[in-house]
Ligand binder design. Structure first.
Ligand code: AHM
Ligand code: MG
Length: 327
């Protein structure tokens, strides 16, 4: 990745962005800043987790029957507190909680937003010092919705911003507000995110596939045919098991990331509203493709907060190649 000669912090990047959009009220910038502050706090917690004794599982399960890690709950609280206190936020929704939090529905004509997030994606990697992430999606609050949850059940095409934070060998913040994908890296000594790449573009091709190959026998035949094809054509397999880390690599190096339907998870494992849609927006903004079943992932009309859908995303040529085998 190239480093810009100009020093651009996340805050100064947002100010520049706002100047180019005179209609902007600054509300979205406040929300993005609150996510970036959460990211710094979560990163600090993760780095000290073993020393502070907050690694490992809780006895509780989340709404989806998954074992919760202690840090899942801590990251969820940090996001809820920082993002939820921002005036323009109407509704919050999290992977870790069954229902949405309706915070400020009365708007008096002001623009309000909904923020959906997975506070700590891939958290089962934590015990082994593996990469984890935070994923977020920002939608306009729909004031006409009778029930708060209906205000967040919008297709991904309606997202006004989306992004993720990768807590890997460094902490990386990647976001789009619909005008390209921008990448920032945390300087932990200064406590600031600096821009390392503006307008990231995904390579059109890349000989890497990324999926849980342990599920191979229970995937539809087309996926198995694609794997046979890729393996006979010199492709490499890379799978970290944290969507954020696998998608980040795919954006930088090209290739394809897949979570297909399996016998035990006929809709795949990944959640539409706060995993698939934000990643799909980023990948499309970077020039890639994100498909689910026979449609663009962001065109799916959601019916539930924690809905799961299959996903194939990445370099446009590689996504096409997968779909050539699915036909
Ligand atoms: P999580 O949000 O509960 O951590 O689960 C989502 C994670 C993704 O990060 C990753 O792509 C996937 O689950 C891995 O699933 P599997 O272990 O089935 O390969
Ligand atoms: Mg997740």
């Amino acid at each position: 990745m190239t480093t810009s000669k100009d020093v651009v912090t996340f805050q100064s990047h947002l100010v520049d962005h706002q100047r180019k959009h005179p209609e902007a009220t600054g509300a979205l910038s406040w929300i993005l800043i609150s996510v970036s502050v959460s990211a710094k706090m979560i990163a600090a917690k993760i780095r000290r987790a073993r020393l502070e004794g907050v690694l490992g599982a809780l006895e509780s399960e989340n709404v989806q029957g998954e074992v919760q890690q202690k840090l899942d709950v801590i990251a969820d609280r940090i996001m809820r507190h920082n993002v939820g206190e921002k005036e323009p936020v109407a509704i919050l929704g999290s992977e870790e909680e069954e229902d949405v939090h309706a915070l400020r529905l009365q708007t008096d004509g002001e623009r309000r937003y909904n923020v959906l997030f997975d506070p700590l994606d891939g958290s089962s990697n934590l015990d082994t010092c593996g990469a984890v992430g935070t994923i977020f999606s920002v939608l306009r609050h729909d004031r006409r919705a009778d029930d708060p949850v209906n205000s967040v059940l919008q297709p991904g095409t309606q997202q006004v911003a989306a992004g993720y934070v990768l807590y890997g060998s460094s902490t990386v913040f990647v976001y789009t507000a619909g005008d390209g994908v921008h990448v920032f890296e945390l300087d932990p000594n200064v406590g600031t995110f600096f821009r390392v790449k503006a307008d990231l573009q995904i390579p059109a091709t890349g000989k890497i596939y990324s999926l849980n190959e342990g599920n191979r026998r229970s995937m539809p035949q087309g996926y198995r045919d694609y794997l046979d094809w890729a393996q006979s054509n010199g492709y490499s397999s890379r799978y970290i098991g944290a969507m954020v880390a696998d998608v980040h690599r795919t954006l930088l190096k090209g290739g394809v990331f897949l979570y297909p339907p399996t016998e035990s998870s006929p809709n795949g494992k990944l959640r539409l509203l706060y995993e698939v849609n934000p990643m799909a927006m980023l990948v499309e903004q970077a020039g890639g493709k994100a498909l689910s079943g026979d449609q663009r992932a962001m065109d799916i009309r959601p019916t539930e907060l924690h809905q799961r859908v299959p996903i194939v995303l990445g370099s446009p040529d590689e996504v096409d190649r997968v779909y050539d085998h699915l036909k």
